[in-house]
Write a protein that binds this ligand. Structure first.
Ligand SMILES: Nc1ncnc2c1ncn2[C@@H]1O[C@H](COP(=O)(O)OP(=O)(O)OP(=O)(O)O)[C@@H](O)[C@H]1O
Ligand SMILES: [Mg+2]
Length: 303
């Protein structure tokens, strides 16, 4: 499949809703076989971007290429090659789980076995249940089944595990890893930073329609990635220090403890997690002009 061109290419993508610019010049690429995550606060423009790539929303401007197609033209071949979990779904509430999966399988040229997909998402016990009787997390599993049954080469997952219990989330992670092992490309959005860290080869952190940072989760913000060393001093008071290299500090602390003949309690050495970097970046990027605009909008709503 891979001719060197990326699976997804986005250049200076913009989208305005009635004068409100929700996406303000996004640039990114997703390689074939890559799991790419879009992270960002509510309203950052993630769903807007994903749905433009899926062909469900029109863009205002910019270049978008998905598997070599312009999704804005809604080409049939592209529809057959992608699988989608929308952020909110609800078109199939009145049919049964197995019927829904079989129906979707019929829309694709080379689908997977519907029963196998039902088993993968853990809905065996609910296969004859009406979709509308499923719990929130079970419905989300059905969404995932419908995205996978066509055996697509590119899968869009907009908050695929929201509402999942911890075990279901882990099993969804396994499913996504299996997709990756099969060489599929995945674009996902999530508010769970552990999920992004566990699954994504690269992530982009988006706020107010712009990318603030992009890269492998472990490398993001690595310039700011100092070590934090915490311990309790000889009086039992908690202490904390941030350092670039903890070697000397640890030597000093352990030597002092040995000299006192007392254990060094509550010692920990940590690096910032993706969550720390995310919170730091998204807090810093509070654009004053934008905040003014939001305040004006809110005042408008109150009136
Ligand atoms: N159909 C629409 N009409 C008008 N404004 C919209 C529409 N869809 C989204 N918006 C606005 O565009 C901005 C981005 O919304 P979007 O749904 O893309 O955010 P998101 O990053 O997916 O957020 P969340 O994490 O809450 O899902 C928001 O300010 C939202 O209010
Ligand atoms: Mg969204």
């Amino acid at each position: 499949m891979s001719d060197g061109a990326p699976a997804i290419l986005v250049r200076d993508l913009r989208k305005s809703y009635d004068g409100h610019e929700a996406v303000r010049g996004l640039d990114f690429e997703v390689a074939h076989g890559e799991v790419f995550g879009l992270l960002g606060p509510n309203g950052a423009g993630k769903t807007t971007t994903v749905e433009i790539l899926e062909g469900f929303r029109e863009r205002t401007s910019g270049i978008v290429s998905v598997l070599g197609f312009d999704p804005g033209e809604r080409p049939r071949e592209l529809r057959e090659r992608i699988g989608i979990v929308l952020q909110s779904c609800g078109i199939y509430r009145h049919i049964r789980v197995a019927e829904a999966v079989r129906h979707f399988a019929g829309l694709y040229p080379a689908p997977r076995d519907p029963d196998e997909v039902i088993a993968i998402v853990g809905l065996d016990a609910k296969r004859d249940a009406l979709a509308r009787t499923l719990s929130g997390g079970q419905l989300r599993r059905l969404d995932l089944a419908l995205a996978l049954v066509g055996d697509p080469e590119l899968v869009f997952l907009d908050e695929p595990t929201t509402g999942f219990d911890p075990a279901a989330r882990r099993s969804a992670w396994e499913t996504i890893r299996r997709l990756q092992e099969l060489g599929k490309t995945v674009l996902l959005t999530t508010h769970y930073l552990d999920e992004a860290q566990a699954l994504c080869d690269r992530v982009a952190i988006v706020k107010d329609g712009r990318i603030l940072a992009e890269g492998p989760p472990a490398e993001l913000g690595s310039t700011a990635a100092r070590y934090r060393v915490t311990w309790s001093d000889e009086h039992g008071e908690p202490q904390s220090r941030e350092v670039d290299d903890p070697t000397a500090l640890l030597h000093q602390l352990t030597s002092a403890a040995l000299a006192r003949g007392k254990p060094l309690s509550d010692l920990s050495v940590t690096r910032p997690t993706l969550e720390d970097v995310y919170l730091d970046l998204t807090a810093q990027a509070g654009d004053a002009a934008e905040q003014g605009e939001n305040a004006a909008e809110q005042a408008e709503e109150v009136r």
